[in-house]
Design a protein around this ligand. Sequence first.
Ligand SMILES: [Fe+2]
Ligand SMILES: [Fe+2]
Length: 321
Amino acid sequence: MAPTTMTTMPPPGPPPSNRDIPSPSSDSGPDTGTTTEALPESPSTSGAAAGAVKPAPSGATPILTPNTAAPLPAPAVPRNTLDTATTVGAKTPSGTNGAALQLVTFEGLRRDPLVQAFIKRADVQLGILGYTEHGQRHTSLVANIARNILQRLGYPERTCELAAIAGYLHDIGNCVSRRDHATAGALMAKDVLLGNGMAIEEVAVVMGAIGNHEETTGDPVGEISAALNIADKADVHRSRVRETNPAKFDIHDRVNFASQHSFVRVDGETKRVELEMSIDTKIASLMEYFEIFLNRMVFIRRAVKFLDCEFRLTINRNRML
Ligand SMILES: [Fe+2]
Ligand SMILES: [Fe+2]
C-alpha cells in the first residue's frame, strides 16, 4: 500500500467529509471476522423456570405449577444475528430486540433523529459545563479519521465502517453525564444500534470501543477501539474553543486555540502513525500543551502499538516522539 495521509483539520461549517477516500458502499457485505451464529430455535425447557408441568390426571387438562411459565415460542425470525438464511434489509416487524437485520452505516446514523438528539444535547450540556465542542464537527471528524486509519492499514471495509460508527457515537454518553460518559455511551449505543437492526456481534464490538475511549478508564480492546482512540485524542484544534474572548480562556481553551493544524499521517507500508501539529507558541507554550495532553499522547501511543505500528509526534516540524 502506498504511503497516504489524512487530515484532522476540521473545516468551517458543515461536518467534515472523508477527504481522501471515497465512502464505502453502504451495501457492502459484513466482513468483520465475527462468527455467525443464530439463536437456538427455542429456549431451554428444563427446570421450573421453563414451566414445569405436573402430570395430569387421566382425561384432565395439564396444569402449570405456581410461579412458573410456559415455554416461550421460538422467534419467528432470527433477531439481530448474522444468519445467512436471513435476507439483509428484509422488511419484518421491527423493535429493539426483534428488528430485522440491517447493514447499519455511518451515513444511516447521521439521519437517525435519536442519534442527532443525543449528540446535540451532549454538546449543549458540555458547553454549559465549560468543555470544548463535542458536537457534529467533533463526532463526524472522529468517525472519518477512525475509518481512514483502518483503511490505510488495509482492514476490511466493514471493519472500517464500524470504526466510523463507533467514532460517530462515542460521545453520546455526555448526554447523561460527563462522568462515566464512555460507559453510558456504550449502553446508549447498544439501544440505538439494535433498534436500527445491527447484528449483535457488531453491536458488541462497537460497545467495547465506545466504552474504552477515555484515557483515564479505557484501554485499546480491538482494532476499532484503537482507531477510535487515536482519532478522538488527535482532535485538538482552535475551532473547538467556544469562548470568544481570549481574556477568558482557560488552559484548555488556550492550548486548543493555539493548535492551528492537526494531521494524522498513516503509512501502511512502514506501519507508522504520525500526529503532526502546528501550535502557535505565542498563545500556548509547548509546556502547556504537554501539561494538558501528555496523557492523551500516551493513550494514542498505546493504541498505535495495538495496531502494530510505530507512533510519532511532530510539533512545529520538530519530532517530539
Ligand atoms: Fe469522550
Ligand atoms: Fe470525543
